[in-house]
Write a protein that binds this ligand. Structure first.
Ligand code: SAH
Length: 257
């Protein structure tokens, strides 16, 4: 689906920015780059800045006019760092991303258009776009680097796409830990723990089995109050195991916390 979004760079002067834009696109799963009358392309600097995304540069389409770049597009977003005199439907990057995904879902083709480093897009070029997109930067210093602006818009496109596809936005590893952390311990795991806790407290001389007082019921009440997760239980069991080794004079195995 994302291959139906094209990034259009108009009359770019620095090839490094073309490379940076290609990298930003590839990071976010976009592949189609169209260059309108670039001042210096192909170029070694673009390849260097693309750092591994040079396949996007190789496949980039170079055209002479914006009109050619937009052929076949059903929705065009023009980005601008400044307010323009003629009022135009204005979106922020997040809104433009959800409109883009809706357009793709309807079978359309989308273009995200970016302007020149020094002068942006002309009014005429902006008037070819259905919407204007402004990244809400500080008005005192509103202009982002071209490749950075591409990154912001393509990131929002990716977030909207992941949501539309029902795909996770977090790495699987983080999720596994989070799940383990959220899973409560079972009664039998808790009983094992109390058994090891009691044995340890006896071994280190804290609990006298002949005069236990009410230590174990009090500790059960304490641990029972805090809703221990499986992950936390593993930590507590680990602490007890190492404590027992110390009490027995056994060597410790270094472990990750
Ligand atoms: N001096 C130019 C700035 C161009 S920055 C001007 O005043 O228009 C190069 C390109 O990066 C812009 O044409 C636009 O495509 C994008 N860009 C930079 N900052 C942006 C912002 N705050 N919102 C949207 N696009 C931005």
């Amino acid at each position: 689906m994302l291959q139906r979004i094209r990034v259009v760079l108009v009359n770019t002067s620095h090839p490094g920015n073309i490379g940076g834009a290609a990298r930003a696109m590839k990071n976010m799963g976009l592949s189609r780059l169209v260059l309108v009358d670039p001042q210096d392309f192909p170029s070694a600097e673009a390849v260097a800045r693309a750092s591994g995304a040079s396949d996007i540069l190789d496949a980039a389409q170079v055209v002479a006019t914006l009109e050619e770049a937009l052929a076949g597009c059903s929705m065009v977003f023009g980005t601008s760092a400044r307010e323009r005199r003629i009022p135009w439907p204005l979106l922020d990057p997040r809104e433009s991303a959800s409109a883009s995904i809706a357009q793709l879902q309807a079978g359309g083709e989308v273009a995200l258009v970016f302007g020149r480093e020094y002068a942006g897009l002309t009014n005429e070029e902006l008037q070819r776009c259905h919407f204007h997109v402004h990244i809400p930067s500080d008005p005192e210093f509103s202009s982002l680097n071209l490749a950075t602006a591409v990154q912001v818009l393509t990131y929002e496109v990716r977030m909207a796409w992941l949501a539309a596809e029902g795909l996770p936005t977090k790495l699987a590893k983080v999720e596994t830990t989070a799940m383990l952390n959220a899973q409560p311990v079972t009664m039998d795991e808790l009983e094992h723990f109390y058994g090891q806790l009691e044995a340890t407290l006896i071994e280190i001389g804290f609990l006298d089995p002949l005069k236990p007082r009410h230590l174990m019921p009090r500790l059960r009440r304490l641990y029972g109050r805090c809703g221990i997760s499986k992950l936390e239980m593993n930590i507590l069991r680990g602490i007890l195991t190492e404590t027992q080794k110390t009490a027995r004079g056994e060597p410790h195995k270094r472990r990750e916390p």
